[in-house]
Write a protein that binds this ligand. Structure first.
Ligand SMILES: NC(=O)c1ccc[n+]([C@@H]2O[C@H](COP(=O)([O-])OP(=O)(O)OC[C@H]3O[C@@H](n4cnc5c(N)ncnc54)[C@H](OP(=O)(O)O)[C@@H]3O)[C@@H](O)[C@H]2O)c1
Length: 272
């Protein structure tokens, strides 16, 4: 990828986070980054930083050899239709597609664009916006190790990267990609509860967020299993015991498992 140009199609939350990460860490020169979004304003701040705004997805594909597909799954058929004639004129082994969309499979992309291009799928999350993201990546077999590592390095500008198999790409959405929503929802509930009990909402947020960070450190560094850490907080007849008792009475674990399954199932439905 030494002389590659990176092209981003769809400059929404995720592409903005990735481009922002690249630019803030100087991981790739701004003048070799191109973008396309139907709303030019979404590209303005990156244009100011030296990246190039293109007039269409096809115009971008003319210039770039690594194409990041950062659009919603529903928009894929139309965008791939526009890209196909452009990439068909290129040497297939020189074009790499990186899709961040839920549910869009390698087979979908190969059917729409051709078998010989290289394809990478990424499943990122919104904390990428702060450089604190977590991204799962997989590739087709024709993507060389060095190229896959360079794509991994790009996502690593914005957080942690783990490589997995494509077969797990839909299941991983519940792990890192949709999971911020559970945590934000829980944060909202806890802070509202605290406020109703006279604790300042912002104070509760600060306490809860540090609890999230500290708990994450315990999970990663204590060497204990999640259940062992639950046991450390729970003494029989105590407050946590009472709290968990209510969750158990409502079959919390089964409800959560069903929510993970619904997430994975929906990703399957978004396949083209
Ligand atoms: N958000 C997440 O937490 C998350 C996590 C993992 C993966 N993803 C995946 O990332 C992808 C993008 O998500 P996002 O949250 O960044 O969405 P987003 O903020 O809606 O960004 C998508 C962008 O694409 C633009 N767009 C629409 N039609 C287009 C077209 N024909 N050509 C080029 N751009 C077009 C949209 O413009 P308009 O807004 O004007 O339509 C929007 O600016 C999705 O496939 C999603 O599955 C998202």
């Amino acid at each position: 990828m030494e002389n590659s140009r990176l092209g981003f199609i769809g400059i929404g939350n995720m592409a903005s986070a990735i481009i922002g990460g690249i630019l803030s860490t100087n991981a790739f020169p701004a003048d070799r980054i191109c973008m396309y979004d139907p709303l030019p304003e979404k590209m303005d701040r990156f244009v100011e930083a030296g990246a190039e705004a293109c007039a269409s997805a096809a115009a971008l594909a003319e210039k770039c050899d690594v194409l990041f597909l950062c659009i919603k799954p529903q928009v894929f058929p139309a965008v791939l239709h526009d890209l196909k004639p452009v990439v068909a004129n290129k040497n297939e082994s020189n074009v790499l597609f990186v899709s961040i969309a839920a549910g869009i499979t390698f087979q979908n992309l190969q059917d729409a664009l051709g078998m010989q291009h290289g394809y990478v799928r990424a499943m990122p999350n919104t904390p990428l916006l702060l450089g604190a993201g977590a991204t799962a990546l997989c590739r087709t077999q024709n993507v060389p190790d060095a190229t896959f590592q360079q794509i991994s390095d790009i996502f690593a500008c914005c957080g942690t990267v783990c490589k997995i198999d494509e077969a797990q790409m839909n299941a991983v959405i519940a792990v890192n990609s949709s999971s911020p929503a559970y945590l934000y929802r829980l944060a909202g509930l806890i802070c509202d509860y605290a406020q109703a009990r006279g604790i300042d909402w912002q104070t509760a947020l600060e306490l809860f967020c540090q609890t999230l960070k500290g708990s994450a450190e315990m999970l990663l560094k204590s060497g204990k299993t999640p259940q062992a850490l639950v046991d450390m907080v729970t003494s029989k007849g105590g407050t946590t015991f009472a709290l968990l008792g209510v969750l158990d009475a409502h079959d919390f674990d089964q409800t959560m498992r069903e929510s993970f399954e619904a997430c994975e199932k929906r990703a399957g439905e978004l396949s083209m």
